[in-house]
Ligand binder design. Sequence first.
Ligand code: SAH
Ligand code: SF4
Ligand code: F3S
Length: 441
Amino acid sequence: MDKYYLIKTYGCQMNIHESEKLAGMLISLGFKPTDDEEKANVIVFNTCCIRDGAEQKIYAHIGALKGLKKRKPNLIVAICGCMAQVKSRPETIKKKFPFVNIIFGTHNLNEFKEYLIRFEKDRKYICEIWDEAKYLDEHVDTYRTSKNNAWINISYGCNNFCTYCIVPYVRGRERSRAFEDIILECKNAIDEGYKYITLLGQNVNSYGNDINDGKTTFARLLREISHLDGDFRLKFMTSHPKDLTEEVIDVIASEDKIAKVIHLPIQSGNNRILNSMNRRYTREHYLDLIKLIRTKIPNCYISTDIIVGFPGETEEEFLDTYNLINDVRYDGVFAFMYSKREGTVAASMPGHHDIATKRDRVNRLLSLSKEIIKEKNKNSIGDDYNIIINDYNATKNEYYATTDSGKSITIVNCNKTLNINNFYTAEITEYKNGKLYAKIK
Ligand code: SAH
Ligand code: SF4
Ligand code: F3S
């Protein structure tokens, strides 16, 4: 009889990719994917704990399985990912949801296959969390599920210890993968037909610092990948403003295969708050970087992350962030309300804000950035974009495409046949009802 799995993924791209590794393990054991909880023999929650909201949502979703598990006692429920790696969370999970069968952390993701085999044999609860990684997960069969995009890790963990952030505690110290292993994985993905390669690291710019041989650098990695044969675009995330160098900006500017897209989280536009966050750059340094990017890469898509309501943030300090957004005119802003994470430095700082203040600040930022993006879209008429065709509607003769940054674009009245999953250059012709229209050049 066929066996099915369902993976519920929370959090960032790192987790989305790790779910592809979990899927690879499940498939190698003969499982098939399903979206239907009723059909699943194994349900895995790959969790996130970046903010309390994420954790509460996950608790609710695990709790919702209670009835199903009662009806289907053979269903295997596994919990892994960042939340499972937080001290005392496995006990909390087991206490709240005694029906959970397997819990494991971020450092022993690769052991999932063994845990599952063991559980299927003796059906005894497994909870195994490692304090640190014992190996880099090099030889995992990944089952890619992100359409035309292949996620590829270049490093794991983070050394930065921004004072609000739990990631260094649940993902460990920064470990860079070997240069040649990354190149090989990119080559294979391109040969398999993936059109986008997205390199992943909490701080891609510090790639190689732990190898420290003078030649394992992010700039060289980008250059070598973009020189590989094939029709693809290279992307990466996330860049840290303290480590993004002019050399990297030059490589992005000069290599056609590198997407002109940079996600550069600022977190706050105020120097006192940046210092208190341990971000190790100033507002001025950040603005210089933006200027450099815009000079060397005209029309570069720039997005950012912001935290509002950091402990002690005054209205004036918040306005520094607001005004910076107004000046930089980002193409994308991800704004979050500060969430207290036990064990981080900021958790014990004075001046925690109430939810109303945080909500007010986040709403003001988001409506500002929405206005700016609308205006930028209006002004983009006549601009050229590299696009990929995703779909076609023959009745309307419309092609649906996305830019390298993921913006949706409709190609109307096209008088030649375009191929799905191929790149073209398109010129924006109209912005109507929140939608961008373009013609092929
Ligand atoms: N390594 C990446 C991503 C970190 S997590 C980076 O440095 O940018 C993604 C985003 O979540 C962060 O950029 C930050 O804006 C937000 N974040 C992290 N911890 C948070 C917290 N405690 N409360 C609210 N937002 C947080
Ligand atoms: Fe968290 Fe800072 Fe590391 Fe990003 S760089 S993962 S925000 S500690
Ligand atoms: Fe990502 Fe959430 Fe972990 S943002 S690294 S899945 S805490």
